[in-house]
Design a protein around this ligand. Structure first.
Ligand SMILES: NC(=O)c1ccc[n+]([C@@H]2O[C@H](COP(=O)([O-])OP(=O)(O)OC[C@H]3O[C@@H](n4cnc5c(N)ncnc54)[C@H](OP(=O)(O)O)[C@@H]3O)[C@@H](O)[C@H]2O)c1
Length: 447
């Protein structure tokens, strides 16, 4: 016979969650409004994204509280000690389902609506895959602390890691494991911010390989084996993160030219759409902006190096190494479409700004992006610097009428993580590099 207390709790859950299967509910004796799923270790489970946020509290709040569907909420899963570290007046974290993990049941009595207690990560993910949560919860974020992340960070159900990367050594008492870079690749990395003299940036890594399960086989849990680069869709990412992929700069500009470019008639039956004063920015700290076939990039890059030899590339490298306070380290290449390259060094990082008066968005720009990026990464490598911004300024960018269709096809292709560039560490003379000195890790030739 269910006790009166359990009957009341069941009524409560039925009222709030009409679809819930009461057979899966177990009510915890010392909690007023909490429940945990039963012992379910074989049913479907949700995947999740990890958030390790420091610095701007609002950034983590924005990420975990925003949903695409206004009728849904996200869930934040945390260890009992993290829950207790949140000041009383700020918990439960608003506008989200708070899932607190505890084996001991020490969570206390003050549990309210929007808070669920689970005995394990596995049972939490299983509960969240079942009604009512399968319908009402859009995304699941695991937010710490250290103990929970030691189990969750690199686990196969972790789709993505959103992390604040701090460039200063700070005394800590809680630690998270390192990200397994054989499974995760960068999606995007922000420009650095400085607060209280601490430099930090936000980065997102996405799972590109898994050896045990394919978490996208079915939205809420069916599993299948997979051990290859997953070139599927990364639309599970929060929209604000999905749109930060650097490829959006290129496709955004193409889209803008096609939809509102200035129309010129070059020859009968053909027209060109143009836009003046354009800019694209790529962050090369973590990944390499490969928009065309790698085999196509290398000849373009070596052509760029040989084209620059007469223009004294060695002087530029010397200035970067020995005179980097010289604000203007400029290389002008009239023989390469009046290309101007301007290098600058700050905080051990090398930035490159390029300027070209006139470019073809379909035929030239993808190759230009990759070959300038390769030049910059190589120069940074020989100078012992980190490659950071690549900023392309274009006087007039144009799309020919005959290229609109293939470009539109490309725009509709969803972005995948950019690969990581590895350069032969044993070479330091730029003139000696050959194709074999470069390797692209995580390069999917079919994407
Ligand atoms: N900077 C950040 O981004 C960030 C984020 C989160 C937390 N933090 C900090 O990290 C600290 C807390 O981290 P922590 O490592 O000490 O503790 P924690 O991971 O937050 O919580 C540990 C507790 O959670 C429960 N737990 C852990 N793994 C579980 C599992 N697999 N299944 C069921 N229950 C599980 C256990 O509770 P029981 O003992 O009740 O069984 C365990 O004692 C706090 O100081 C917090 O402020 C920082």
């Amino acid at each position: 016979m269910p006790t009166l207390r359990n009957q009341i709790l069941r009524k409560y859950f039925k009222a709030h969650y009409p679809n819930i299967d009461s057979a899966t509910l177990k009510c915890r004796a010392n909690s007023r409004f909490s429940f945990m799923a039963g012992d379910m270790n074989s049913g479907p489970k949700r995947t999740y994204q990890v958030v390790v946020a420091e610095g701007r509290k609002s950034a983590m709040e924005e990420l975990t509280a925003t949903t695409l569907d206004p009728t849904k909420k996200n869930a934040v899963v945390m260890g009992r000690k993290t829950w207790e570290s949140i000041p009383l007046q700020f918990r439960p974290l608003p506008a989200r389902l708070n899932v607190v993990l505890s084996r001991s049941g020490k969570v206390g009595d003050s549990i309210e609506e929007n808070v669920v207690i689970c005995e394990s990560i596995s049972s939490a993910l299983e509960s969240l895959a079942q009604p009512p949560y399968s319908q009402s919860i859009e995304k699941v974020f695991v937010i710490g602390g250290g103990q929970v992340l030691r189990e969750a960070l690199n686990a196969p159900r972790c789709d993505a890691i959103h992390i604040t990367e701090i460039e200063t050594s700070i005394d800590c008492d809680t630690f998270i494991p390192s990200i397994d870079f054989s499974s995760f690749q960068p999606w995007y990395s922000s420009q650095p911010f400085v607060e209280n003299n601490v430099r930090f940036s936000f980065a997102t890594y996405v799972r590109v390989r898994t050896s045990t399960v394919n978490p996208h086989a079915c939205g809420n849990g069916e599993e299948s084996s997979s051990d290859k680069f997953e070139v599927g869709s990364f639309t599970f990412l929060p929209k604000m993160i999905f749109e930060r992929h650097d490829e959006h700069f290129y496709f955004g500009l193409v889209q803008e030219i096609i939809s509102s470019g200035y129309k010129k008639h070059d020859e009968p039956g053909n027209c060109t759409l143009s836009k003046f004063d354009c800019e694209m920015r790529f962050n090369l700290c973590k990944s390499f902006p490969k928009g065309v076939s790698w085999e196509g990039v290398l000849p373009e890059f070596f052509r760029l190096i040989s084209g620059t030899t007469n223009e004294k590339l060695a002087d530029v490298i010397d200035a970067i190494k020995n005179n980097s306070d010289d604000k203007r380290i400029i290389l002008s290449l009239q023989n390469l479409s009046d290309l101007t390259l301007e290098f600058s060094v700050a905080n051990g990082e090398l930035s490159l700004h390029t300027h070209q008066p006139f470019v073809d968005m379909f035929l030239s720009v993808p190759k230009n992006i990759a070959s300038y990026a390769l030049l910059k990464c190589t120069i940074a490598h020989v100078c012992g610097l980190i490659p950071s911004d690549l900023n392309l300024k274009i006087g007039e960018a144009h799309v020919r009428g005959t290229h609109i269709r293939p470009l539109q096809d490309q725009i509709h292709r969803l972005p995948t993580p950019f690969p990581i560039l590895k350069i032969n560490p044993n070479k330091t003379n730029i003139d000696t590099y050959v194709s074999a000195d470069y390797e692209l890790v995580g390069y999917d030739p079919h994407s």
